[in-house]
Structure formats: structure tokens, C-alpha cells
Design a protein around this ligand. Sequence first.
Ligand SMILES: [Zn+2]
Ligand SMILES: [Zn+2]
Length: 338
Amino acid sequence: MRAYLEHGMHVLPKPVRLYSVGPIFRYERPEAGRYRQHTQFNVEAIGEQDPALDFEVISLALQFFEELGFSKYRLQLNSTGCPKCRPNYVSVLVDYYQDKRDVICDDCKRRLERNPLRVLDCKAEQCQPVIAGAPNIRDHLCEDCRTHFDQLLQYLDNAGIEYDINPRLVRGLDYYTKTVFEVWVQGIGSQNALCGGGRYDGLIEELGGPPTPGIGFGSGIERLVLTLQEQGIEVPPAPKPDVLLVHLGSEAKAEAVRLVSELRHKAVPALVTYGQKSLRAQLRDANRAGVQVAVIIGEEELQKGVVQLKWLDKGTQETVPREEAVQKLVDLFALKEA
Ligand SMILES: [Zn+2]
Ligand SMILES: [Zn+2]
């Protein structure tokens, strides 16, 4: 958000859609999947308060987790209100806790003084029955927050996206507003949050900028990898190169080095063998690299302007004019924009 202000991005067409990836540091006791340094990616959409944008950001998160191979995830959803309606809810909540102080944990006693909303996500056993009976923020939202939330639910319903409304999902900081969401999967023993996000309509103003709504989410990459492993989800292997340039003699090598560069510029995943090796050794390399075709250039091919295409899976070989071979490899293997 500081970068948004510093670089004058408020003049860009809104919403401004941004992402960031980088190391995050936290001062906290490390535990399984929670490191003091981890890598997080973030998605933000800034400058628009329409709940249709909340829907866009949530859909993006869900589509990402689906494409990673997660299947049994659940969207957890809540509204955390706004500076207009939240103070009222907080006082109702504190009132409710008034006569329960002797049954709740010490952390919650402190939270009631400093950051009362956080009592709702306490994990302590003794606090659970108290939380279960706590007033629900949804019954205390202002007209604006209620309409926003209902509209978002309608967009999700229309798209057939399932969600759990989770009244315990709250954020402790004042600049968070309205939509709060997380995506959970069942991990070993407990629920793992794959991401957390929501609106922060008050943040840019708090940093000294003009009032600017925004919504986003962040996801920890190490945690994602751990959860993929826990769930036994196979990560697809890195794509293999399709073509290996094989050469015999230094002039043929020069042509092979030129040709591999041409193929790469045309988006064909291609390799060339280094050093001077026998044909047999180079074809063995081709097999090891898992390529589909070896392009063989020797002295004779060089003079005639042809290459040999050796198809490793079929074991067949053909002589093809050089330009025609390039076109053929482009047609077969050039990577296309997704
Ligand atoms: Zn409100
Ligand atoms: Zn507690």
C-alpha cells in the first residue's frame, strides 16, 4: 500500500490489480508450518468498493487452489463491519463477556482489554462454550455493511461456490473492514488455512493517502507446499525439453549453437550438447534428457543445408531441409500462451 501511494498508482484505472511475492518475517514462536521467515504471495485489488470485486478476488483464490490440485477446501466467510458499526458490536461483545471472566483463559482476559474481537478466534478449550454463545457480528452490521455482505453471498451463490459463514473469523486491526475470508483444507489433525484475506478500506487513509478501498489476500508458500505433501497431491513435473541439437565437427557445432538459439526464440524448448562427443554419446544424452527428437547435424548435412530428425520414441529418422525442419519443430513444440 505504501508502494501504491509512493508511485502515484491512484491515477491508474481502478481497480488497480497488483501482486507481490517475497519474504515475510515474524516475531513468534516457530511451529510446524509456521516459520519466522517464510515466503508469501499477495494479491490486491485497490480503488473499488463494489462487492463484485470481492467476488473476483475470492474466485481467483479458489481457482488457484483448485488448479494446484486441492479438492476438499472450504471457503470461510464473514464480515468484520466498519468503523461505523463495529464499535457498537465490540461493546455488545464485551458486555456479554462481563460475567464470564472467571471461566475464560488469561489470554482472553487480556484481549478483552486490548483487542476484544480476538476473543472470538481463541483456541483454548475452556473458551469454546463462551464463544459458541457470543453475539454474532452479522446481527450488528450497519446498512452499508449488511448490503455489501448479502450482495457478495448472492454472487457466490450464483456461481455455485460453497462457503461457510464463520462468525469467528475476525481481524484485530481497525483498518480491516467488511469482507473477511480464508480458505481451509482439512490437514492432519487440524484445519489448515491456505490463505487469508479481506477488505481493508481504511488502510490507505491510515497511511496518509486519500480514502481508498481495497481488498486482497495472502498465502504462505511453504505452508502450501507442506499441505500439498500432507494431502498426497503430486506436483506436476517440470516440462522436459523436446529437442536436442546433436552435432559432429566444429562447423556443425557452430550451426547447432545458432539453430538452438533460433528455436528458443521461436518458443521451442530445445537444448544443444556441449563439448565434442561421439554421436552415440550425444544420442544417449538425448534419451536421458527425455527429448522427443534429436536434430543431427554433421559435415554432410551442413553442406547440403539439411538436418537429420531422429524421433527417439519411434526410432525413425528422416532427412529434412533446414528451414522445413525448423517450421516442423515450431508447429509441433512451440509453447503457446495459455
Ligand atoms: Zn458497517
Ligand atoms: Zn481464550
